[in-house]
Structures are given as structure tokens and as C-alpha cells.
Design a protein around this ligand. Sequence first.
Ligand code: G1P
Length: 290
Amino acid sequence: MSKIKKAIIPAAGLGTRFLPATKAMPKEMLPIIDKPTIEYIVEEAINSGIEDIIIVTGKGKRAIEDHFDNNFELEHHLKKSNKLEILDKVKQSSSVNIHYIRQKEPLGLGHAVWSARKFIGNEPFAVLLGDDIVKSETPCLKQLMDVYDQTGQSVVGVQEVPLEETKRYGIVDFYNKNGNTYEVKKFVEKPKSNPPSNLAIMGRYIFNPELFKFLSEQKVGAGQEIQLTDSIEELNKVQKVLAYNFDGKRYDVGEVTGFILTTLEFALQDEKYKDAIEKYLMNCGYRYEN
Ligand code: G1P
């Protein structure tokens, strides 16, 4: 049994990249095929063995709470009309409790995580960001939980990105590598130039509760926001934080092109839609090689 039981999912962002779609709808509710992006994240947490999730929401995010609530009328209707397969999809998993807290002001990712401190208390915890969906044999978060359970050290999920994309991510400057695990000299949020490596933080983290000490200082960093990466860097100075290059394919659903490509790839992997899409692409003159 893992020591990690609780997870924070920050979902308070304004979703400006997806406007006007996100004017009245949370970006976390935008679907990849037929499932809101946040449900992929919640499923990963459940499949990793997380028991309690706290979603940090903000203004205009009520649809997320409704989505993870039971909808008795709908369930009754589906049962009556014998649509059991769909019923299965809308029923909520009973293996996890989902809680909500509001981030009072959009001050940054570090502030969103800090908002959940009372729920976490004095135990190690996970953070999952909704902009990254990971497909892997062992759930990405579970891979990090295994590292934590073996070492007791906070650990950040990373993958390599092209050098020109490093300015979009938290980047890891490492000094030692052992298999997939890196010992880290420095964590830098969105380096404008001279990135120390191309290992980027990919929205999956396990932290010891000491992180909150640094988050509570609420120092403003890159983009004039309270950055999570800055507190990880402070924690790393007193208590080593590892980086782990996880197995699996990561899909960026936090920006429009990535979102479209993820939808396309997920549809091509789905027997229900694959043939129709391949046929369409072929008619357009594209060739899809599986
Ligand atoms: C956040 C983090 C960044 C991380 C990224 C992963 O940035 O601050 O360190 O690399 O998520 O998706 P954001 O994309 O929210 O600006």
C-alpha cells in the first residue's frame, strides 16, 4: 500500500487559450471524444490508488462539481431504457472521494496548491495538472508514487522536450542520473534562454508536506505568478527532490493544437471511430500509417 492517499487537482485556470468556448464552460470540461479532460486525470488518480481528491476550482467552475456528482434522473432513465453501457460511463466511481475548494484569486499554480493545505495536513500528497494527459501501462502517477514509497523523497514527473519548447515548462538541471531517476541541482520555471536541459516538468508531482512552508511565503515568480516550481526549488535546497522520467506518452491538452491532435489520435485508437476517420483522411489525401 502506498503512503500517498490524497491528491490535489488544480482547476482554477481561466482557459483563455480556448476562448470563447471557455467563457461559460470550464476548460477542464472540454471533451476529448466523449470524456471531459479532467475525467482522464481523475481516472489516473483512481487507478493509482488515490483515495481522496481535492479539486481547486474558481469562478465559473460549477460544471465540474455537477459532473462528478451522481445524476439520479439520468441514471434512472438509462436503466429504464436498458442503455447499460452508457450508464456505466456516467456512474461515478465509489473508490474515491472528491472534494472541492475555491481559489479566491487566480494568483498562480503555487497559490492554487497552497489553497488545499488544510485538506492535506501533514502527510505526503500528489498533484496532477489537467493540461497533461498521459497514456501508459502503469499510470504515470503510480510510477511516481512507487519512487516516493521507495525513497521517501518528493518527486516530479519529467519528460524530454525539444529545446525550443523549454521556455513553456519548468525545467530540471540535473547532476546525476540513475535509470529513470535524476538528482536535481536546480528547478527553473520557464527559462527564457539557456535552458539547463530539455527535461521538462510534466504536471505530475509527489510532495512531502514541507513544501507548504515555501508555498506559504507566496513569492511572485515568472509571469508575475506564484509558481509551484519556485517552491520546489526552495524545498530541494533543504530536502532533495527527485525528477523521474516516466514511461508513457504525454498529450498536451492545454493548448488548442495539442487538444486537436490528442482528439485525433484518441479517435484513431478507438475502434468505434477509427475507420470513419481514416477514410476521411484518405479522401483528403492523407495517409495514416498505424
Ligand atoms: C505548469 C508548471 C510548469 C510545468 C507545466 C506542465 O505551467 O508551472 O512547471 O512544466 O505546467 O504542463 P503552465 O503550463 O500551467 O503554465
